[in-house]
Design a protein around this ligand. Structure first.
Ligand code: PLP
Length: 377
């Protein structure tokens, strides 16, 4: 079945006369005579839950692997980073999500990892960095990256990682499995901030991992159970409800994002537009090959620097000045306002998460805000 259909049908309870169409929210901390942590069966509320399982079935079907839900995207990121021993080197994109950089900084501080920042658009450079690693390695990939929207060649880099015996993890939050399936391209593990497009309504914090390896899955589940990084049943229910409409939301958001990227390029207050849909974007050709769309995030660099970018954020009325992304509402944020944002992200960069509002309304609001900031340019 196509992903559009799977998003609707996967993870439903068995069909029968009078059966529930949706898996209900299962609120229980224990199961009568239940199984044990390693012995199968749900057993206890930290080991498993039918509402988590419904979401996991649907997400696994979309990514083409076995999925497990986590308390947040960061809980999933942390579980994946713990798959390698303390003497491993983690190669991470210089412009990756700042939370990933922060948890890696913490692991380095505690002597639990070494970290090397790489430019994932430069496959030869990543290969050389892998070759220079002594001991175990984990290659962390994001594509498109947050918020530079750089595109990495997931197939080539996964192969390069495996040649060196590295574990390859892809954070697929920005693309979603509707647009790109990293396990098909060779990755060992996919992680998600389910908080974002998958849930889609800015009302849930949740994460997930997906893999085809039974061994890695068992280790990830063990981490979840022992560290208690488990999702709430209500969150899992809401995430699955959101997932049902992912194809529709994403289709609209991606179309609007590409349209806005084109229009933004013509605005005098905008110095640079980053979106892989633009034919002269450095990631355009690769994105065409690797993705079935170009994503719903657009980043712009405002002429006039951080002050002008802040003025744009202050002047919007429909766009919501807020962190996060992937919801039905369009959000705008200057990323460097966060102290932990990588310095490769320009001070004047605004990340736009394009929602499902009418594109003309979005443009009217954004262009008036840019007009207001133009005198600073
Ligand atoms: N990965 C990416 C690419 C993200 O953008 C985020 C959050 O913004 C995360 C992981 C962390 O997810 P969460 O906020 O659900 O913990």
């Amino acid at each position: 079945m196509s992903p559009e259909t799977l998003a609707v049908v996967a993870g439903r309870p068995p069909r029968g006369p009078g059966s529930e169409l949706n898996t209900p929210v299962s609120l229980t901390s224990t199961y009568v005579g239940g199984g044990s942590m390693d012995g199968g069966g749900l057993g206890y509320g930290r080991f498993g839950n039918p509402t988590w399982e419904a979401l996991e079935t649907a997400l696994g079907a979309l990514e083409g692997g076995s999925a497990r839900a986590f308390a947040s995207g960061m809980a999933a990121v942390s579980a994946a980073l713990h798959l390698v021993p303390a003497d491993a080197t983690v190669l991470v994109p210089h412009g990756a999500y700042n939370g990933t950089h922060s948890v890696l900084d913490l692991l380095v501080e505690q002597g639990r990892a070494r970290v090397e920042r790489v430019d994932v658009t430069d496959a030869a450079g990543v290969r050389a960095a892998l070759a220079a690693v002594a001991g175990p390695a984990l290659l962390w990939l994001e594509s498109p990256t947050n918020p530079l929207l750089e595109v990495a060649d997931l197939a080539a880099l996964s192969a390069a990682g495996h040649e060196r015996g590295a574990l390859v993890v892809v954070d697929n939050t920005f693309a979603t499995p509707l647009v790109q399936r990293p396990l098909d391209l060779g990755a060992d593990v996919v992680v998600h901030s389910v908080t974002k497009f998958l849930s889609g309504h800015s009302d849930v914090v949740l994460g997930a991992v997906v893999t085809r390896s039974e061994e890695l899955l068992a280790r990830l589940v063990r981490h979840r159970t022992l560290h208690g990084a488990i999702p709430g049943p209500m969150e899992a229910f809401l995430a699955l409800r959101g997932l049902r409409t992912l194809p529709l939301r994403l289709e609209r958001s991606q179309r609007s994002a590409a349209e806005l990227a084109l229009r933004l390029r013509g605005h005098r207050a905008v110095a640079r537009v980053r979106h892989p849909s633009l034919p002269d974007d450095p990631g355009h050709e690769l994105a065409r090959r690797q993705m079935s769309g170009f994503g719903a995030l657009v980043s712009i660099e405002v002429a006039g620097g951080a002050a002008a970018a802040d003025a744009v954020v202050d002047a919007v009325r429909l766009w919501v000045p807020a962190t996060s992304l992937g919801g039905v509402e369009s959000l705008i944020e200057r990323r460097r306002r966060h102290a932990g944002e990588p310095v490769v992200v320009p001070e004047e960069l605004l990340r736009l998460s394009v929602g499902v509002e009418d594109v003309e309304d979005l443009w009217a609001d954004l262009s008036q805000a840019l007009d207001a900031a133009a005198p600073l340019a």
